[in-house]
Write a protein that binds this ligand. Structure first.
Ligand code: PMP
Length: 350
């Protein structure tokens, strides 16, 4: 090892799902939306005047933040926009968790949380979810340096009611509570309204799933003006221009088409509903999903083996070689046709 390497910040990074590109593949491994973004987004891109790119974007992502404020009935200063909700969450960790007391998040949840904690040197504890993968709210009624709850939780797909989230917030007036609502549009009750009541509650959302714009990288947080201004200060201390001009304009446009958004989300929920009995018929246990994916485990066949066999057929799902969930598969809800092809392949494999 060279001496300079002593000064390197070494980290064990988060490993995102793979992005293969076979023409015949069925890609159900990263919870992307199978339908295109709102048609207005294509129109913006088509009519885009590239001369605009000479200029820096507005550092406050103005048009997008303004449209978000309108859509969610909050003030402009209650909105923080970032490069996907990963950027928003990473900024929130850096801003709110200074590392005196351990922060808390469930043992089974979005696996990026421990990575940010390690990166920023934030101590953390991970209370175990129960045997049904339910979060035990009482675990969050202890001294802590902050709390992060994904609702619906990932990869378990389980949503907890708003009263559950409010109980956690109410017991933690001295910490910042982050609720990651990446999947809330597909089910569950949002905690957005609670941000008006609790100054220390931050709700984080994304355009990657319900708005079909994972490739555009747009995420946002809604919270009190105080929370948002702290985040802005941190963001402006390492990069003031996180959002591209294109993402600002396309994101704002997507929000204007509520009809398309609702229709797309409903279609995915319909497909999710009909997929559950199909999987059960094949011998899978399927957790009650409020997200755009299913978390399943087979009564006889090992998840890892099914995962590999599917991959040979160019059907990609997600497998986590992690304690407690290493016999589960996470399957994104695709189109009806994609799901039918998945069921046919599973029938063959099993
Ligand atoms: N939170 C959760 C729970 C997720 O599953 C994901 C998707 N990997 C994200 C946040 C981040 O998504 P994005 O950065 O695309 O908004």
């Amino acid at each position: 090892m060279a001496l300079w390497e002593n000064n390197v910040r070494t980290v064990e990074p988060y490993v995102p799902g793979e992005q293969p590109s076979f023409p015949d593949m069925i890609k159900l491994n990263t919870n992307e939306n199978p339908y295109p973004p709102a048609p207005g987004v294509a129109a913006v891109l088509k009519g885009f005047d590239t001369d605009v790119l000479r200029r820096y974007p507005k550092p406050d992502a103005h048009e997008l933040a303004e449209q978000l404020a309108k859509e969610y009935n909050v003030g402009f200063n209650n909105v923080f926009v970032g490069v996907g909700s990963d950027d928003v969450l990473g900024t929130a960790f850096l801003t709110f968790f200074k590392g005196r007391l351990p922060i808390l998040f469930p043992d089974i949840t979005y696996s990026f949380y421990p990575v940010w904690a390690e990166l920023y040197g934030i101590p953390y504890e991970t209370p175990a979810v129960d045997e049904d993968f339910r979060i035990r709210k009482e675990d969050y009624y202890q001294m802590n340096g902050g709390i992060v709850i994904a609702n619906p939780n990932a990869p378990t797909t389980i949503a907890e009611p708003l009263s559950f989230i409010e109980d956690i917030v109410r017991h933690n007036a001295d910490s910042v509570v982050i609720v990651d609502e990446a999947y809330i549009d597909f089910g569950g009750e949002s905690a957005l309204e609670l941000t008006k009541k609790y100054e220390n509650l931050l709700v984080v959302r994304t355009f990657s799933k319900s708005r079909s714009m994972a490739g555009m990288r747009i995420g946002f947080a809604i919270g009190s003006e105080k929370l948002i201004s702290y985040m802005m200060a941190v963001r402006n201390s390492y990069n003031s221009y996180t959002m591209t001009t294109l993402s600002i304009l396309c994101g704002a446009e997507s929000l204007k088409d509520r009809g398309y958004f609702t229709k797309t989300v409903e279609r995915i929920k319909e497909t999710r509903k009909r997929s559950v009995p199909e999987l059960e018929k094949l011998g899978f246990k399927v957790l009650d999903s409020s997200a755009n994916f299913l978390f399943v485990s087979h009564e006889k066949a090992a998840a890892k083996e099914i995962f590999e066999k599917l991959k040979e057929k160019h059907i990609f799902v997600r497998y986590f070689a992690k304690p407690r969930i290493d016999n589960y598969l996470r399957i994104t809800v695709g189109t009806d046709e994609e799901m039918d092809r998945l069921f046919a392949a599973l029938r063959e494999i099993l």
